[in-house]
Design a protein around this ligand. Structure first.
Ligand code: WT7
Length: 652
């Protein structure tokens, strides 16, 4: 089979899968018949302390209110109610540590105890409704407990990926004015314990007016950890002094649940705000239907980190709201060796596996023989998220890991959408490799041209025109704003199609021959590296932060392994130009790691004498992308100095 016409391939669910699936085609009809009644029914799968009477209030668009007069406690929905329903002995988390043999299974009853203790501890330390708590932790059960404890007391968590630098952590703590940081002494990285808490100290010491009153530190690695008297507390010591009884308070449906910082087109990351009732509704609904979750029998595993939205929605809130049993794994796929993921699947008899295309491509490089040494027969559903999945990887995934049997769901969504928006329903959809297929029941999306006209999905036009992917109706788990910056919220997402009132967050797409959606990737200055979202402006600002750099331009170039790779072009200041280029490039890569994270380190940095600019001074990234991808240059007619490329090519 070739990559050329994945559009003509079709993979229907097996009759057995279809017969037992949670979602049937009727779900589309129900949503179609009455969208708001449909969402009300989904919301009523949750426990509401005060039932809602109004489903949607869109009068303050683009600020939505879903289930606005209802009240609920998100943590109660994710934990207590399963215990009360008699499922306290069900395993919530099969935690698998990075060091082999370090594992722990936690039931819903045990999780409830831990969340209650942590909630009491937060209350004792003065953290309550509306306060912000930064969580900077590896993938350990306490991270999940900390998130749920925040939710339980109405505090907003802001989880910061533990791979981010102290500088990135500081910026997020400052922006949110977090009152508390929850972290761990260290984390395991490829077999070795590395310190983490010192990063928090560094972040806080660099702050003028530090809002943080306490730092709670989980002992994970046992490495030596400096503690600041009066501010820092050991998690275990605090938890030993508090009760495991805690009565949850119900909060308004629109009470904010968390902030999650994500990259936009400027250098400053934005704090995406999600609220409670709508977010939990769509998280639970999509997790139940897209992954066909059978809570009594399935073992679900999402390989994302809790530092990303996928970890929020499809490790914490969706699965726990549904009473799922899941694997939580601390390490990377290759620790201690390439067999690890497959061993974990076999060990826990994982039935549903959700990962990113970059992981699948890594497996492909390791080869199918390695995979076939393991018993993966428990798998019955595979999912993909984070970037467009190339058809070859999709087919490999289904063939090698799914034995040509399991449905593969390619799920399109974003930090901002909160939950899955476009995806197959595994028991209904005939999938095409590389397409997220159709908006889920209850969701409305369109592909439109510059003027907002919908592209023609008719077969004769299939595959030709590309356009903007827009969401033309509000959805329950939509972001409610950018923290502290309502103008940026409107400008970023709602200005491109302001007249129509549609949401646009940067992806290009086209319709296929059956009207299905093919997402092509970002069309703004946001890069997607191994499923991690990084803005060109952020990397540029880290580069020009170095004393030797006069100017920098960054582009994402297509990369067979990571999807996109970061390519930087820098102009050095005179004094720095004397240094060897090799040393300079080394220093600059280190600078980016320090300012942002090692995941943002450019694959290549080219020292150039000039950058291509338009007459108005705008850097022409499109042309730099052509250079980075080794293509013939596109249209250079608007360039100020067309000769600039000879100099860039000579330097490259
Ligand atoms: C961007 C959002 C969704 C959670 C993880 C990433 C790209 C995501 C797909 C997919 C094609 C995808 C888009 C989107 N993306 N899933 N299935 N097919 N592209 O969340 O960091 O907010 O990034 O990831 O470009 O806009 P995120």
């Amino acid at each position: 089979m070739s990559d050329e016409q994945p559009e003509l391939e079709s993979y229907p669910p097996s009759p057995e899968f279809a017969a037992n699936a949670n979602a049937t085609a009727a779900l589309y009809d129900e949503a179609e018949a009455d969208r708001l009644a449909f969402w009300a029914a989904q919301a009523n799968r949750l426990h509401w302390a005060t039932p809602f009477t109004e489903v949607l209030d869109w009068s303050g668009a683009p600020f939505a209110k879903w289930f606005g007069d209802g009240k609920l406690n998100v943590a109660y929905n994710c934990v207590d109610r399963h215990v009360e329903a008699g499922n306290g002995d069900r395993v919530a988390l099969h935690w698998e540590g990075e060091p082999v043999g370090d594992a722990r299974s936690i039931t819903y009853a045990e999780l409830k105890d831990e969340v209650c203790r942590a909630a009491n501890a937060l209350t004792d330390l003065g953290v309550g409704k509306g306060d912000r708590v930064a969580i900077y932790m590896p993938m350990i059960p306490e991270a999940v407990v900390a998130m749920l404890a925040c939710a339980r007391v109405g505090a907003l968590h802001s989880v910061v990926f533990a791979g981010y630098s102290a500088a990135a952590l500081r910026a997020r703590i400052e922006d949110a004015e977090a009152k508390m940081v929850i972290t761990s002494d260290g984390q395991y990285r490829r077999g070795a314990a590395a310190p983490l808490k010192p990063g928090v100290d560094e972040a806080l010491s660099g702050m003028g007016d530090c809002p943080v009153r306490n730092v709670l530190v989980v002992r994970r690695t046992g490495i030596d950890t400096p503690m600041t008297e009066g501010r820092d507390l050991w998690w275990d010591e605090v938890m030993n002094t508090v009760s495991n009884e805690h009565t949850p308070e119900a909060f308004e449906s629109e009470h904010p649940l968390f902030l999650l910082y994500t990259s936009g087109t400027t250098g400053k990351p934005k704090g995406v705000v999600h609220t409670s009732g709508g977010y939990l509704t769509q998280s639970a609904y999509t997790h139940f239907n897209v992954f066909d979750l059978k809570p009594e029998t399935d073992v679900y595993w999402c390989t994302a980190d809790i530092g990303w939205v996928t970890g929020h929605t499809y490790i914490v809130y969706g699965p726990l709201a549904n009473g799922a049993t899941q694997v939580l794994y601390e390490g990377t796929p290759a620790s201690p060796d390439e067999h690890r993921h497959f061993q974990v699947i076999d060990k826990y008899k994982v039935t549903i596996y959700y990962t990113a295309p970059t992981v699948i491509r890594t497996f492909m490089r390791w080869g199918r023989e390695l995979v076939r040494e393991h018993d993966l027969s428990s798998l019955r559903l595979l999912g993909s998220v984070g970037e467009p999945i190339n058809p070859e990887a999709w087919r490999w995934y289904r063939h090698v890991m799914g034995k040509d049997q399991t449905p593969v769901v390619d799920t399109w969504w974003q930090t901002e959408t909160g939950a899955i928006m476009i995806s197959p329903l595994p028991g209904v959809t005939d999938c095409k490799p590389g397409s997220a297929m159709r908006p889920l029941p209850g969701i409305s999306a369109k592909i439109v041209d510059d003027d907002g006209n919908e592209l023609q999905p008719a077969p004769e036009f299939g595959g030709e025109a590309t356009g903007y992917l827009v969401l033309d109706k509000p959805w329950p788990s939509m972001l409610r704003g950018v923290w502290g910056d309502p103008e940026r919220f409107k400008e970023t997402y709602w200005s491109r199609f302001a007249e129509q009132g549609w949401y646009f967050a940067g992806d290009g797409a086209r319709y296929g021959s059956d009207g299905e959606v093919w997402v092509l990737g970002r069309i703004d200055d946001v890069m997607n590296v191994s499923g991690h979202r990084i803005s060109t402006a952020e990397v540029e600002s880290a580069l020009v932060g170095h004393a030797g750099v006069a100017e920098a331009a960054v582009v994402g170039a297509t990369d067979a392994h990571t999807g996109q790779a970061i390519c930087a072009f820098v102009i050095l200041k005179e004094h720095a130009a004397a240094q060897s280029t090799e040393d300079m490039v080394h220093e600059l890569r280190a600078e980016v790691a320090r300012e942002i994270s090692p995941i943002a380190k450019p694959r290549e940095i080219h020292v150039v004498p000039e950058l291509p600019k338009t007459r108005s001074g705008k850097i022409m990234r499109r042309l730099l992308r052509d250079v980075a991808e080794g293509r013939e240059l596109g249209d250079t007619s608007t360039l100020l100095d067309p000769k600039v490329f000879e100099a860039i090519r000579a330097a490259k």
